[in-house]
Design a protein around this ligand. Structure first.
Ligand SMILES: NC(=O)c1ccc[n+]([C@@H]2O[C@H](COP(=O)([O-])OP(=O)(O)OC[C@H]3O[C@@H](n4cnc5c(N)ncnc54)[C@H](OP(=O)(O)O)[C@@H]3O)[C@@H](O)[C@H]2O)c1
Length: 241
């Protein structure tokens, strides 16, 4: 084990990067709290991990479910030290009035969801002797292109907010922004615009970077000695333009 055991809360721990991060942090000796809507998946993962894993059904767009989760983390584990704001949806497609629901959902989950989870867990993280907040942004938080406008807007928003939060919470709490390129996960499965879904699925089918790769990077970043803060990591498949 590379660091003192801590309690890590991971949103969107039912698949992809969130699940892999929970596995990696658990393997590094930390306790993990798995939050997601698909309760069956997080319960199965907690059962597989065994000790030091707690599954709590929670929707990041519902502040009450996050508050209930925070109460349980406080009473059952003594509070959170690490929050990984990972829950996200990527409902890509051309900007159009027909896709109003997609636009709002991305803002509610990716941006407001991360902000709400941080509001709810802030007191626990700031009272920790070793607090870390990790926000999972994207290459799309730096580069906008046709077809990803509102998704990019959520990730640009996350980037700006993270930098402000970093300055406000130093030196006790470190804030780390992770910006992955294409990672093989279920992320494109929910795209509603059929042409975009087909194109993005083809790209993701040949993706070489795994959730495990990203989890390793996250684990590295937050297990450095406390005097060192890794604030931002941009990572892509070696062949991504
Ligand atoms: N894969 C990539 O190429 C890539 C690249 C850059 C950034 N990212 C970012 O990485 C993060 C994780 O995505 P992924 O690639 O691992 O995709 P994924 O496998 O689809 O994971 C998304 C996670 O978000 C959760 N989620 C969605 N809506 C939620 C809600 N309302 N409340 C709580 N949880 C919710 C899902 O859980 P439930 O459905 O069970 O609630 C799931 O666990 C996202 O923020 C995404 O934008 C991914």
């Amino acid at each position: 084990m590379s660091a003192t055991p801590r309690v890590a809360v991971i949103t969107g721990a039912s698949s992809g990067i969130g699940e892999a991060t929970a596995r990696a942090l658990h393997a590094a000796g930390h306790s993990v709290v798995l939050l997601a809507r698909r309760a069956d998946r997080i319960r199965a993962l907690a059962a597989e991990l065994g000790d030091r894993a707690l599954a709590i059904e929670a929707d990041v767009t519902d502040s009450h479910s996050l508050e209930d989760a925070a109460s349980r983390v406080r009473s059952e584990l003594g509070g959170a030290d690490i929050l990984v704001n990972n829950a996200g949806v990527m409902l890509l497609g051309p900007f159009s009035a027909d896709r109003r629901d997609d636009h709002r959902k991305m803002i509610e989950v990716n941006l407001l969801g991360a902000i709400t989870a941080t509001e709810v867990f802030l007191e626990q993280i700031t009272s920790s002797a070793a607090g870390d907040i990790v926000n999972i942004s994207s290459v799309a938080g730096r580069t906008a292109r046709a077809g990803n406008g509102v998704y990019a807007a959520t990730k640009w928003g996350l980037n700006g907010w993270s930098e402000s939060l970093r300055q406000e919470l130093l030196p006790g709490v470190r804030v780390t922004l992770i910006e992955p390129g294409v990672v093989a996960t279920e992320l494109p499965d929910h795209i509603t615009h059929s042409e975009t879904k087909e194109a993005v699925a083809a790209l993701y089918d040949s993706a070489t970077v795994t959730s495990g790769d990203v989890a390793e990077v996250i684990t590295f970043a937050i297990t450095r000695p406390r005097h060192l803060a890794i604030n931002e990591i941009l990572l892509r498949p070696a062949d991504q333009v």
